[in-house]
Design a protein around this ligand. Sequence first.
Ligand code: 5AD
Ligand code: SF4
Length: 478
Amino acid sequence: MSSAPADGAAATQPATSGARKVYVKSYGCQMNVYDSHRMADTLASSGYTETSSPEGADLVILNTCHIRERAAEKVYSELGRLREMKDSAALEGRQVRIAVAGCVAQAEGKEIIRREKTVDLVVGSQNYHRLPELLARAHNGPVVDTEFPVEDKFEHLGKPSASKIRTRGISAFLTIQEGCDKFCTFCVVPYTRGVEVSRPAASIIAEAERLADAGVREITLIGQNVNAYHGQGPDGRTWTLGKLLERIAGIRGIVRLRYSTSHPRDMDDSLYAAHRDIPAVMPQLHLPVQSGSDRILAAMNRGHTRAEFMHVVERLRAIRPDMAFTSDIIVGFPGETDEDFEDTMRLVRDVPFTSGYAFNYSTRPGTPAAEREDQIPENVKTARLHRLQALLEQQRHSFNMRSMGACVPVLFDKAGRLPGQMVGRSMFLQPVHVMADAAIISTVADVEINEINSNGLFGTLVHAPRAHEAAAMELQKA
Ligand code: 5AD
Ligand code: SF4
C-alpha cells in the first residue's frame, strides 16, 4: 500500500552535503535493532550522522514493534511528544522530520498519517533501502511506502564503515531470514513481516566477513524463524542454517556464533550436527515453546506437542550436555484452564529453562485467536504470569549459582562501571565482571567465579588473557 507517487520520477536527488543528524528509536526485537543500524547506515550516504537522542536531530525514526498489546498506542503517544518537539524546533527555524518504520508502520500504513499529521514518512520493513529517496519525496507532503518491493532490500541497504561497526561493539546481529509462514494463531508476524524469505548465503557471508574484519568476534544470526533458513548457497544448492553456521565459523576472527529465534519444528540434522561439531556455536538456545499443554499448543497451531518439544531438548542435550535453553511463554491464551497452565509450569521445570520471557496473551487484530469468545480475564492472566515469572527467576538464579567456583570462558566486550573493571559474557550470555587490563577486550579468557548477585557473575582471571577459544579457532582455520 502506498500513497506516494507511483514511481521515483518526482523525487529529488538526496542531498549529500551538510551534517544532518538522525535519531533512530528501536522498539521490540533484535531484528529491529539490526534494521535500525542498517537504516542509519543507509542514511549515512545522504549526509546523516547518527545521534543518541531526539533533541537536536533533524530526522527522528521510530522503528516500531506490533507484537503485543498497545504497541500502536505507544507509538501514537510518542508521536504526540515528537510533535511538540517538532513544533518548537520550527519556531526556532529548524525543520525536524519524523518517520515511522517497522511493524506498526506496516500494519497501520496510511492510518498513521491520518491520525498524526506531524508524520512525514511511513515506511514498511522491506523498504528501508529506499529511505533517502522517500525522504526526498516527503518534501512535497507525507509519504507512505509499505509495499513489498521486488528488489532485494539487503543488496541496496547502506553498509556500515569499519569504524561504525567498531562503535557498535564486538557482538553483532546479522539478519539472514525474514518473515514467517507458521501462522501461530496468536501472532501478527506472518501478516506484518510477510512470508519466509532467506537471504542468499553469499551476501550473508560477505557481511559476516566485513564484520569480522572490523573487529566483531561474536555474531548472532537472526530471523523471525531463523532455523527455517533455506537460502541459496554459492554452490547453487539450498543451504540450511547448519551449513551456514559451518561456513561462518570458518571466518577468521569469529569465535562465537548464536542464532535466534528458532521454531522447535525446524530443527534439522545439520543444525544438530553444527552443535556437535562446531566449537564456536554456543551451547545455548532460545527456543520458544509458548505453552506446556498439548491442548493449547494445538489451539495455537504450533505444530508440535509437548513430547516433541522435549525430544528436541533431549536430542540437543545428548550432543551437548551443557546445553542451556531459554524460551518465550504465553499465559492466558483463550481457553487456557488452570490445568493447562500447570502443564506449562511443569514443562518449565522439566526442561528446565535457565530463563525466559513470559507474556500475558494479548489479542492481536486480524489473528484467529483474537476472534475466540473464551478469552481469559486479565486478573487470571496476571496471577498466572506472576507465578510463571517467579519460577523463571528462581531457575535463572539456580542456573547462575551453578557457576559458583567454576572456571568459565568469557568473551570480553567492554569496560565495567568500576575503574579497572572489564565485563564480558559467558557462553550462556551471563554478564561476567573481572578486574583486568583493557587489552582483554575482544578476547576470550577463563574466569573463576567467586561472587554472584543480581548484576551477574564476578570473578578473577585464571590466565590473563588466555584467549583459548580464539587460539583454538585460529589454529583450526590456519
Ligand atoms: N500475546 C502475547 N505474547 C505474544 N507473543 C507473540 N504474539 C503474542 C500475543 N498475541 C510473544 C510470543 C513470541 C514473542 C516474541 O512474543 O511468545 O515468541
Ligand atoms: Fe509468530 Fe509463530 Fe511465526 Fe513465531 S513461529 S513469528 S510466534 S507465527
